[in-house]
Design a binder for this molecule. Structure first.
Ligand code: SF4
Length: 470
């Protein structure tokens, strides 16, 4: 089990700090779990004959919504405010955290229950609340487990996908003083028993929002465990944090997404619970914080705008061969996998996360399963182009030197031949070395250095050109 706390300050791919799951055993369980999720997802989506039509329709709805965000956001604010919600705007995580802390002070909040929300992970809200002396408890089972373990989620839908039942049993025994068990139902019972107390004591509930319907002013939260319902309805104050990209124009658009998201995310036809929040319940308070936190950067880049269509289903992550090997922490921030590679550089900035678009084989498995048809490989190539053309600390002198040597090598046939011969000999010899330096060493620690296959094309062509030339 991996109990090291992960406090990340950037999104450099796979560093010592972020490697996390590049440790024994975890890649195995992570890969198996991710593959199982993607298989059940495929089985369910393949069983719907018009699934591709749904995807296209969802793409068009999100395209319209993102193109008209200015109007839809104002419409949503007007409609949900009319029923008593207090709407606040936040340009970034710091401003959103200030809003939450001010609300907590106003209502004398001592403890908070949280439903799973990736945007509050962006804000590092738990840490902010704890620093202010407010106890914050995650209530989604996976989030609860990783919070107890002092970790970050490794996946946006299944945060503890890297842990086995035995890992969780040991964790509950250590942190909650419960008898050791590996039985899933018993583990769920333990979590339920402890969390019930938290709901009853909490002064405030915090949630994200899966969709925000502009015309009716509705915040939609979907979930399977009932924890989001209890977190939003039990405490006297509910704070919903809504990313600006969550807008849908009309309530009639919602069923399409309620069909797509669970099928793509967990292989379910529908989630167990769908909460439509139109305003505060009598005697209670509802605050809606609409947050940008870098999303406008995506809007400003027409080639990247489609990244805002994402409905956070996690299908691209489950299907990504890179993610299955390195896990979520390697991506250095909140969003792992392909969606992380296209979103994080915008939200954190190219300087901090410009390396992520290179964490992909461009195999295209991600876009094949994306329920809103985001062309992720195209976005990755676009970001790679930006990464090498914008000033970035990732462009170290070693990288610049490498490219200069490569450019020199490619500038003439004799240089090319010489370099390739040297390379072939070098690779052959280095296979016999007990260790390799730097990044090559990091790569060969778990893999064989491959033979350079031969003969190369030039030699092959010399021998065979008579067959092809007239
Ligand atoms: S990019 Fe597509 S597949 Fe990936 S999480 Fe977002 S909606 Fe799901």
């Amino acid at each position: 089990m991996y109990t090291q706390p992960i406090h990340l300050d950037g999104a450099e791919f796979l560093t010592e700090k972020t490697k996390g799951l590049a440790e024994p055993a975890a890649p195995g369980s992570l890969g198996v779990n991710a593959e199982r999720s993607s298989k059940s997802n495929r089985a369910v989506t393949d069983s719907v004959p018009y699934f591709q039509d749904w995807r296209e329709a969802a793409h068009q709805v999100k395209r319209y919504a993102i193109a008209n965000l200015d109007k839809l956001l104002v419409e949503f604010e007007r409609n949900i405010s009319a029923r008593g919600a207090v709407v606040l705007w936040a340009k970034d995580a710091a401003e959103a955290n200030e809003h939450v802390l001010r609300i907590a002070r106003e209502h004398n909040v001592k403890s908070v229950v949280k439903a799973k929300s990736m945007v509050t992970e962006e804000m590092e809200l738990n840490r902010v609340l704890e620093t202010a002396g407010i106890r914050a408890v995650e209530t989604d089972l996976g989030e609860y487990i990783v919070q107890l373990a002092g970790q970050r989620p490794v996946h946006i839908v299944t945060p503890a996908i890297h842990m086995s039942a035995a890992d969780v049993g040991r964790l509950f025994a250590e942190k909650l003083g419960e008898p050791m068990t590996e039985e899933h139902t018993k583990l769920a019972d333990i979590a339920r028993r402890h969390l019930r107390e938290e709901y009853l004591q909490a002064d405030m509930g915090v949630s994200g929002c899966n969709f925000a319907v502009a015309r009716t002013g509705t915040a939609v939260v979907i979930e399977n465990e009932g924890n989001a319902g209890l977190s939003t309805a039990t405490p006297p104050v509910h704070v919903a944090v809504v990313g600006i990209e969550k807008m849908l124009p009309r309530l009639e658009d919602l069923p399409l997404f309620l069909n797509l998201l669970p099928r793509s995310g967990t292989g379910q036809k529908l989630t167990s619970y769908t909460h439509l929040i139109h305003g505060p319940a009598p005697g209670r308070k509802l605050y809606v914080i609409i947050i940008d936190n870098g999303r406008s950067n995506v809007l400003c880049d027409p080639a990247a705008r489609a990244a805002l269509y994402c409905i956070r289903c996690g299908a691209c992550i489950n299907n990504c061969p890179v993610y299955r090997h390195v896990g979520g922490w390697a991506y250095g921030w909140v969003y792992p996998g392909p969606i992380g590679s296209i979103l994080t550089p915008h939200l954190l900035g190219m300087k901090q996360a410009g390396e992520l678009p290179f964490a992909s084989s461009l195999c295209g498995a991600c876009s094949e399963v994306c329920p809103v048809k985001i062309d992720i490989p195209h976005q990755l190539v676009h970001l790679r182009h930006r990464a090498v053309n914008e000033p970035s600390p990732m462009r170290s002198w070693t990288e610049r030197l490498t490219w200069s040597v490569w450019a020199w090598m490619m500038a003439g046939p004799m240089r090319y031949r010489l370099t390739m011969t040297g390379l072939r000999i070098g690779v052959r010899l280095s296979r016999f070395l007990p260790w390799h330096p730097g990044k090559l060493g990091a790569w060969t620690r778990g893999r064989e250095l491959p033979e350079v296959p031969g003969p190369d094309f030039r030699h092959w062509w010399k021998r065979n050109k008579n067959k092809y030339e007239p």
